[in-house]
Ligand binder design. Structure first.
Ligand code: GAP
Length: 462
């Protein structure tokens, strides 16, 4: 396939994904009925379940199943002094350029290859934007707290979840007492805000997004080794949620391109349809942040090792994942169009979202074969109630069963159960109390007693 054909196919795939996300209620543009709020997105009924599954699984793997990581949920509004100490107030900016003709605004490192719409010309060479010199544009959203309007009331929406972890470092150490021993981590999932100059690629670069971060505190001599350790842990995590290793790339970020705080960073990148782009950064932040806050407050933000009788400011390794970007990767990875032969022997294309069952928004759909047969409906509702405490389930009685399967495939529902005449004993006692269970990917169906459903499904969805 030529480069151009591939690019056109990838762009078409992305368009289909965006349209499916809207149609099926994964992701909507924020305030769409008002023309949209640029760089902001709302997750619909399926999207919110997918996101919750991702966050819960991340939390389970990185906090609950580890002895060395505890959690935190910090405030979004952030003290301006904290962000002065961290370097964000003075330095968290992107270089911005404007086109003097069409007034478009670009990040200087991503300048438009597109033509200037205000300069119609037959010669594309003469058609580019007329750009200003780059100037720094601070990415933080600033707000005022309380009724007074002096500078003292300025606060910021946090640009990363990390800072509240550093600011609460001493409290967490003091409170958790025996539990945290170096090395240990503090994890947080939450919103972050950046006034991106050019939000783009669907949710990939947004102005409001969620991060899933761990600040893993350690001794200086262990920093580099732990950076490699966390890189591997994180790659394994992505594989475990259904993103294959061969679609992940590791970029050892060169000198001069890392964050101001980092002496080693790996970017974990994914092959999105719009290019290979960053999902997560695993950064060795050294003791930059805790030192900066120590200076900011005039008190050392140090770790006290009671047993060894020593005190020191720890170093930190930070795996920082974008929740929305991971969701987008999961959606892109799951999307597939498959040509199949339907029950009438005709070829048709089914769109199937092949989510890992752990991530799938709905785990199992329950169908009565016919909606106008009360015994089938009642039995289906019984099955629904049986499964509901254990997993997210849905009930669907509209249209032919084949159509319902297709709807489930588009939602990425890995299992569906059909309650038919055998289930209610109308074809004799042999199959009474059993249902058909269909698996999304293989489309294979088995007959299984209703009483075995929970035990059968639970290991497959966790
Ligand atoms: N605490 C370190 C930090 O914030 P970062 O590389 O700026 O580092 C970490 O951000 C992750 O947050 C990125 O890898 C990405 O997944 C996500 N992220 C950053 N900016 C984003 C944006 N504008 N929209 C969506 N996700 C973003």
């Amino acid at each position: 396939m030529s480069e151009d054909t591939k690019a056109a196919k990838d762009a078409e795939k992305m368009e289909k994904i965006v349209s499916l996300c809207k149609r099926r209620g994964f992701i909507f543009q924020s305030a769409e009925i008002y023309g949209g709020l640029n760089g902001c997105w709302d997750y619909g009924p399926l999207g919110v379940e997918l996101k919750r599954n991702l966050k819960d699984y991340w939390w389970r793997k990185n906090v609950r199943e580890r002895d060395d990581v505890v959690g935190l949920d910090g405030s979004i509004l952030t003290h301006q002094e904290a962000l002065k100490s961290s370097g964000h107030v003075g330095g968290f900016s992107d270089p911005m350029v404007d086109c003097r003709t069409c007034k478009s605004r670009f990040r200087a490192d991503q300048v438009c290859e597109s033509k200037c719409p205000e300069k119609p010309s037959k010669n594309p060479e003469e058609n580019g934007c007329d750009l200003t010199e780059p100037r720094d544009f601070n990415l933080m959203f600033e707000t005022k707290m309380g009724a007074s309007s002096d500078d003292g009331s300025i606060a910021y929406l946090r640009p990363e979840t990390a800072q509240s972890i550093f600011v609460q470092f001493k409290n967490v150490c003091d409170q958790t007492g025996e539990r945290v021993k170096m090395p240990f981590g503090i994890a947080q999932i939450g919103k972050a805000f950046r006034n991106e100059i050019n939000p783009r690629n669907f949710t990939f670069r947004s102005r409001e997004f969620e991060q899933m971060e761990i600040e893993y505190f350690c001794r200086a001599e262990d920093g580099l080794e732990l950076t490699d350790y966390w890189l591997e842990e994180r790659l394994k995590f992505y594989e475990s949620i259904g993103i294959p290793r061969e679609k992940l790339h590791v970029l050892d970020v060169p000198d001069g391109e890392r964050g101001h705080y980092s002496s080693k960073t790996y970017d974990i990148e994914y092959e999105f349809p719009f290019g290979i782009q960053e999902l997560e950064g695993v950064a060795y932040r050294t003791d930059y942040d805790l030192k900066a806050h120590s200076e900011g407050v005039g008190k050392p933000q140090e770790y006290v090792d009671q047993a060894a009788g020593e005190k020191f400011i720890p170093h930190v390794v930070e795996p920082s994942a974008g929740c929305d970007r991971t969701i987008l990767a999961l959606i892109c990875e799951a999307y597939e169009e498959e040509v199949i032969t339907n029950d009438k022997g005709k070829q048709e294309t089914r769109v199937v979202m092949r989510f890992d069952p752990k991530m799938a928004p709905i785990k199992c759909a329950i169908f009565p074969l016919l909606k106008n047969k009360p015994e089938l409906v009642a039995k289906s509702k019984e099955v629904l109630d049986l499964l509901r405490p254990f997993m997210n389930v849905t009930y669907d009685e509209t249209g032919a069963v084949g159509r319902r399967y297709r709807r489930g495939d588009e939602a990425g529902t890995p299992f569906s159960v059909t309650v038919d005449f055998d289930t209610i004993g109308e074809n004799g006692p042999e199959n009474e109390g059993t249902v058909t269970l269909r698996e999304r990917d293989s489309m294979e169906q088995i007959r299984i007693p209703i009483t075995d459903l929970v035990a059968h499904l639970l290991p497959l969805i966790q």
